[in-house]
Design a protein around this ligand. Structure first.
Ligand code: COA
Length: 149
């Protein structure tokens, strides 16, 4: 019950950083995210899930791409998410995102298993970026005149 309430609050407060995929009107996938209050250029992706019948068809990749296309022009430069070491599909999904966007992916431990009160694998932090601001081409910064020392 609290879970459905949390999702209703999520839809009210984080709709701009969240997206759903529909097929024939039915929701078949979603991604929930928020901008980190202490680092508003970082989109933290909390959950991404695609209905089992639709997996392997690029739905999750399109959902994440859609969010980045919406948020990078507004100043988002990094995407973060956490993944447990056993979630191959998720690791592949975010690795493919970094590859397709031509940017870096860094992994580090965020929440070790010992921090969870229940049996839960540790959550590794995956940080992807930077994402280029629209109109900025690679090498532009290097080509710009250096400020005077
Ligand atoms: C993770 C999940 C969202 C991926 O959704 P999806 O729509 O099938 O993913 P996509 O089709 O967009 O695939 C994106 C990339 O990941 C790869 N991939 C996806 N599922 C994979 C799997 N099970 N094994 C290996 N690679 C996989 C794809 O090949 C693709 O990479 P590519 O571009 O190099 O070919 C889906 O498997 C899911 O809902 N899992 C259960 C929920 C979950 O674990 N969510 C993450 C934690 S919140």
């Amino acid at each position: 019950m609290n879970s459905s309430y949390a999702y209703l609050l999520w839809c009210r407060d984080f709709a701009h950083t969240t997206a759903v995929a529909r097929e024939d009107g039915d929701v078949v996938g979603f991604v929930t995210g928020y901008l980190r209050p202490d680092a508003p250029d970082v989109l933290m992706v909390w959950q991404v899930a695609v209905d089992a019948s639709q997996r392997g068809r690029g739905v999750a990749g399109k959902l994440l791409g859609h969010l980045l296309d919406r948020l990078v022009p507004e100043g988002v430069r990094y995407l973060e998410t956490t993944i447990t070491a056993d979630n191959t599909a998720s690791i592949k999904l975010f690795s493919a995102l970094a590859r397709d966007r031509g940017t870096e992916l860094a992994r580090s431990e965020l929440f070790g298993a010992e921090l969870f009160p229940d049996a839960h694998l540790g959550e590794d932090l995956y940080r992807i970026g930077p994402f280029a601001a629209p109109g900025v081409v690679a090498g532009e910064a290097a080509a710009a005149p250096r400020p005077a020392d």
